[in-house]
Design a protein around this ligand. Structure first.
Ligand SMILES: Cc1ncc(COP(=O)(O)O)c(C=O)c1O
Length: 431
C-alpha cells in the first residue's frame, strides 16, 4: 500500500512544491554542495541561506567578516542537533579556567519529550543524559526542573556517583551542573507541539552564574514563531542560547533533505572542529558530519526565501495555525467526536492537533485510538498514535500535523471521516 502525500497528516515534512522549484531542484541535483570552488555561485547561495536563517533567529552575524562560520546546513535536524551538541561537548571540555577531574563525565540535560536524536547523540558520542521527566499534564520542561538537577550535590546523586566513580571525598560539595555541557530545549515538541520554558531556563542559568549554554531544537518551531505575533522568547535574544537548529524540510517548506544549524556568533564554534580541505580544487573550510550532498535542497530553500519573503511565510504559517484552530474547534463541536475525544495541544504555538480519549473513557474505552487510526487509514488518512513520554505515558494521543496544503476542505473531510470511523467503532462495540 502507498499513502497519498496530501492525506498524510502524520508527517511534518513538505510534500508539495511549485513546478518551478522542482525544475530548479532537478537542475541542481547533480551539483555536489561541497565542491565550493567548482560551484562558487551555489556556495554563495548556501552562505546566504545560512545567514538569512541566522538573521531570522537574531544571531550576531558579523557583517565585516563574510568568511566567518555562523552555521551550516545539514541533511536534517538530527544531524544539526548532533553537531551542535558536539560543539558544546568540546567547549565544556576546554572551558578556560576550569579544572576538571579525570573522572568527570559530560552530561546533557533534556526532557523525555525530545526527539530521538538527543538520546542518539548521548549514545553515539559518549555523553551521559540527565532526563527531565514531564510533570503530569505539562508537556514542556520547566526552569525549576532544570535548576533542581544543576544544583543537586553530586554526592546526593547515586547515578552520577556510580557513572563517574567518585569517592565521597572527591565529590565533596560539587554540583551536578559542573558536569553539564548544555541544556537541550525544544520549541515545538514532536509529541504535542509544546514549548519548553526557554526564557525561564535562560534566566535561571544567568542568575545561578552557570556557564552552561542552551541548545534550542526548533526543528518545527523555527519557521513558525518568527512569523507569528507570539511573545514567546526562545532565540538568540536570550543570552544563554548559543545554538539553534531548524528543519527546512518542515515549515521551511522544502522537500526532505535539509536542516540548518546556526550559532549565536562565530565564537561558539571551536576552530578545532572546522576541517581545512584542499583536495577539491581550492581551499575549503568544512564543518559537518556528512560530506557530499546534492545542492538541490539549498536551492529550494533559497527559492522559497525569495519567492515568499517574510510576508509570504507569515501568510502560510498563520494559515496553518488558523486551520489547526478550526480543526480543534470542529472536533470539540462535533456531536459525534466531542463526547469521546479532546484536543490537548496548544494550537496558539504550533499547528499540531494532538487528540486523546476523554478521561471518563480511559477505564473502559469503547474503542482505542489505534482502532480509530486503523479505520481512518481505510479512507486514506495516515495519523500516528503513540503514548506520551514519561511521566505522561498513561496518555495516548493521535497527532494531526497541519501543513501548508492541508486546506479547510481537507480539514472538513478529515472531521467527517473521523466521525464515520467513530460511529462504526461504536456500532461494533455496542453490537
Ligand atoms: C522536535 C524535533 N527535533 C528533531 C527532529 C528530527 O528532525 P529530522 O527529521 O529533520 O532529522 C524532529 C523530527 O520530527 C522533531 O520533531
Amino acid at each position: 500500500m502507498e499513502g497519498l502525500p496530501h492525506l498524510n497528516v502524520a508527517s511534518f515534512v513538505t510534500t508539495w512544491m511549485e513546478t518551478e522549484a522542482e525544475q530548479l531542484a532537478y537542475e541542481s541535483i547533480s551539483k555536489n554542495l561541497v565542491n565550493v570552488a567548482e560551484y562558487a555561485h551555489t556556495e554563495s547561495i548556501h552562505r546566504q541561506v545560512i545567514a538569512m536563517t541566522a538573521n531570522l533567529f537574531h544571531a550576531e552575524v558579523p557583517v565585516d567578516d563574510p568568511a566567518a562560520i555562523i552555521g551550516t546546513t545539514t541533511v536534517g535536524s538530527s544531524e544539526a542537533v548532533m553537531l551542535a551538541l558536539l560543539v558544546h561537548k568540546w567547549n565544556w571540555k576546554h572551558r578556560a579556567g576550569v579544572q576538571r577531574s579525570a573522572k568527570d563525565r559530560p552530561y546533557l540535560i533534556f526532557g523525555t519529550h525530545t526527539h530521538a536524536c538527543f538520546a542518539k547523540f548521548g549514545r553515539y558520542f559518549d555523553v551521559e543524559v540527565k532526563w527531565v521527566h514531564l510533570l503530569p499534564g505539562i508537556y514542556g520542561v520547566t526552569a525549576e526542573q532544570v535548576r533542581e538537577i544543576l544544583e543537586r550535590r553530586i554526592a546526593d546523586d547515586p547515578d552520577v556517583m556510580r557513572t563517574c566513580g567518585y569517592t565521597l571525598e572527591e565529590a565533596g560539595d560539587r554540583r551536578v551542573g559542573e558536569l553539564v555541557i548544555a541544556v537541550g530545549c525544544v520549541v515545538g515538541t514532536t509529541y504535542t507541539g509544546d514549548i519548553d520554558e526557554v526564557a525561564g531556563i535562560n534566566q535561571m542559568l544567568v542568575e545561578g552564574g552557570w556557564e552552561i549554554p542552551i541548545h534550542v531544537d526548533a526543528a518545527s518551531g523555527g519557521f513558525i514563531l518568527p512569523f507569528t505575533s507570539s511573545t514567546i522568547e526562545w532565540d538568540f535574544r536570550l543570552p544563554k542560547v548559543e545554538s539553534i537548529n531548524v528543519s527546512n524540510h518542515k515549515y521551511g517548506l522544502v522537500y526532505p533533505g535539509l536542516g540548518t544549524l546556526v550559532f549565536r556568533n562565530p565564537a561558539v564554534l571551536p576552530e578545532e572542529l572546522v576541517v581545512d580541505i584542499d583536495y577539491l580544487s581550492g581551499e575549503t573550510r568544512n564543518f559537518s558530519l556528512n560530506f557530499s550532498r546534492a545542492s538541490s535542497s539549498v536551492i529550494l530553500q533559497y527559492f522559497n526565501f525569495l519567492r515568499l519573503g517574510k510576508s509570504g511565510y507569515r501568510q502560510v504559517i498563520l494559515g496553518c495555525l488558523e486551520r489547526a484552530r478550526d480543526l480543534t474547534a470542529a472536533i470539540h463541536a462535533s456531536p459525534v467526536l466531542a463526547g469521546y475525544v479532546e484536543v490537548i495541544s496548544k494550537t496558539e504555538y504550533l499547528p499540531i492537533v494532538a487528540v486523546k480519549l476523554k478521561d471518563e473513557w480511559l477505564a473502559q474505552p469503547p474503542f482505542t485510538l489505534d482502532d480509530l487510526a486503523k479505520r481512518l487509514e481505510e479512507t486514506g488518512w495516515f495519523a500516528p498514535v503513540y503514548h506520551l513520554p514519561p511521566d505522561n505515558e498513561r496518555v495516548q494521543v493521535m497527532r494531526i500535523v497541519v501543513r501548508a496544503h492541508f486546506t479547510s476542505t481537507l480539514a472538513g473531510a478529515l472531521v467527517r471521516d473521523l466521525e464515520t470511523a467513530v460511529r462504526q467503532l461504536l456500532s461494533q462495540s455496542y453490537a
